[in-house]
Design a protein around this ligand. Structure first.
Ligand code: SAM
Length: 216
C-alpha cells in the first residue's frame, strides 16, 4: 500500500475508543474487552477497514479485531468506524502493530479465525519470510488459533497465491477449499465481503484467488 505519513494519525488513534492501546495486556482475556465470550476473529493487514467493519455489522455474535501495522492507514479505518453506518458497533476493535507480535497479544487457542486480505506480495525471493502466508507466519498463527481454527486468504496476485498454497501444505495445515476465480465461484463467493483492494482489482478485471485452510 502506498503510504502517506499523516502527522495526526498516532494521536488520533491513541485517543480512539475502538483502538486497543496496550493489546498485550488483553492476552488471554479478550472476552473482557467485548464483555462476552463470543468467538474472536482477526484480520491481519486490515488496511482502511471496510472488510472488518462490514463483517462486524453482519455478525454481531462474533468479536473482531483488525490489526494494521501503520497508524496512517489505521486512521482511515477508525474514520470509517466513526461514520453513521458503523459508529455504534460494539463487536470490533483495532490494534496498531506488526503481526509478527501476534503471540504476545493473543493466547493459545484464543482466536477462532484469521483473515488475510490482499496481503503485501513481497515479490523478491529474499523477502519470502515477510509474506503473511509464509510458513514462518503460519507457525505464529498456530500458536493463537484454536485447533480447528480457519485461515482465509484472498489475493489477486497469482504468484503469491501459488506460493501460499504450497506453504499451507508445507506447514502441515489442511487446505479445505480454494479457487482462482472467487467472484465466479458460486459456493465460495456466497457470503463474500469485498475489501477495498478487492473492489479495485476486480474492477480492473483481475480474477480474485481465495483459499481456506484449517490448522491441524
Ligand atoms: N486488507 C486490505 C484490503 O484488502 O483492502 C489492505 C490490503 S494492503 C495491500 C495490505 C495491508 O497490510 C497494508 O495496510 C499493510 O500496512 C498491512 N500489513 C502488511 N504487513 C503487515 C504486518 N506484518 N502486520 C500488520 N499489518 C501489515
Amino acid at each position: 500500500m502506498r503510504l502517506r505519513n499523516i502527522p495526526r494519525a498516532d494521536g488520533t488513534i491513541r485517543a480512539h475508543k475502538a483502538v486497543i492501546k496496550r493489546p498485550e495486556d488483553q492476552r488471554g482475556c479478550w472476552g473482557q474487552v467485548f464483555g462476552n465470550k463470543n468467538p474472536l476473529r482477526i484480520e491481519i493487514g486490515t488496511g482502511k477497514g471496510q472488510f472488518i467493519l462490514q463483517m462486524a455489522k453482519l455478525h454481531p455474535e462474533i468479536n473482531y479485531v483488525g490489526i494494521e501495522r501503520y497508524s496512517s492507514v489505521l486512521l482511515r479505518a477508525v474514520e470509517k468506524f466513526d461514520t453513521e453506518e458503523f459508529k455504534d458497533l460494539q463487536n470490533v476493535r483495532f490494534v496498531c502493530m506488526d503481526a509478527r507480535r501476534i503471540e504476545e497479544v493473543f493466547a493459545e487457542n484464543e482466536v477462532d479465525r484469521i483473515y488475510l486480505n490482499f496481503s503485501d506480495p513481497w515479490p523478491k525471493a529474499r523477502h519470502a519470510k515477510r509474506r503473511l502466508t509464509s510458513t514462518e507466519f503460519l507457525e505464529r498463527y498456530e500458536k493463537v488459533l484454536r485447533p480447528d481454527g480457519v485461515l482465509e486468504f484472498k489475493t489477486d496476485n497469482t504468484e503469491l497465491f501459488n506460493f501460499s498454497l504450497e506453504q499451507v501444505k508445507e506447514a502441515g495445515w489442511m487446505l479445505t477449499n480454494f479457487t482462482y476465480d472467487l467472484h465466479h465461484n458460486e459456493e465460495m463467493n456466497k457470503d463474500n465481503i469485498q475489501t477495498e483492494y478487492e473492489e479495485k482489482f476486480a474492477g480492473r478485471g483481475n480474477p480474485i484467488n481465495k483459499l481456506t485452510a484449517v490448522r491441524k
